[in-house]
Design a protein around this ligand. Sequence first.
Ligand SMILES: [Zn+2]
Length: 386
Amino acid sequence: MLRGLLTSAMGEREVVKVKRRVSRNVRDQAFEGTPSGPRRFGWKPADPKAGRKVNEKLEPEEAKVLREAVELALKGKHWATIVKHLDDSGYLTVRGNKWSTTPVQYMLTNPALCGYRMINGELVHDRKTGKPVIGKWETVCTPEEWRRLVARCNVWFNPEGDTASTRYREKVKREGRKDYRGIAEATRRFLLTNIARCGYVKDDGTMCLAKMKGMGPTGTNKQDRYRCGDPRCNKVSRRADLMDDAIKRMVIKVLEEQYSELVPQERSWYGEETLNALLAKQQEIKDAYKAGEIGLSEYLEFKDDNDAQVAASQKDRDDFYAEQAAKNFLAGFSAERWEKEFDMRQRRTAIAIVLQAVIVHPLPQGRSRSSRFDVDLLEPVPRKRY
Ligand SMILES: [Zn+2]
């Protein structure tokens, strides 16, 4: 029986070894920057006769579609717009499936797009220079563009800054989900949900301020409406098309004044060298500890300090690209762009940059529900900086 246990234990150890060998192999390849893995959309499959590795050369037709998708994402287009673009290209995913939001988000944040490699969620850095390893394959975007794509997935041009996305990430973590990029982007057809708020004055003299919900025609109402979302109040409602139009005009005017002269910036983050040096140092000390050149206490002392600096540095970089992306999104704004280029998501984002809320005041007493739409009953609440 003992022998049996021994041999089975040995068998397991062998399995572990093999696994390690496999993962080491992947790791080595990543450090060397050689193309590997399953074929990616946009690249050619392996061709041993021609000495071509998988994912080494671009497949021109697919790469063109992929590049277009990258550009749409960089412009801040709605994911649904990007998915539709891929659908319309006539191509399926490499697995032969129809396109959908989550895989497209994965595809467009894959570091391989710009030649970078990632293992366990971290970029592979050169041990000596600390710089990300650049793979030996053709790419479809620059590292800066890739950073912006990642920033978009993390921050969503969220005018409230990092807080919402951080909160979201924490929620995802709590729920044990791995993928915080797959943020559900509900197809919302109402322009002012989350912005319009109920202005009904309660008995205590304060306003209801509940968010108003968009709703389709009901009963005698033939048009879409916004209605107070608090079931205890539910007292204010207004025609959606007329409200959308009034707010749209106002926002376009403000944005034209603020952004029409602005030229988009494509600057690289100023701290790249510092971060690379920190990462190189990290590896150096780790190696020194492994080789027994320094003791554990020295190592720990350095490690905590270095980890904190690396984390602060990486956050700064992410913030930088997110902020740049948010500014570029509105650079050169015009009413024409709003009408022709902006989809629903971009319009909502643009509105949220200018406005904190729009209070919808109830009709004054005695005024008929069928009376003319009154813009004066809408009270825009600008964001602080406007
Ligand atoms: Zn209300």
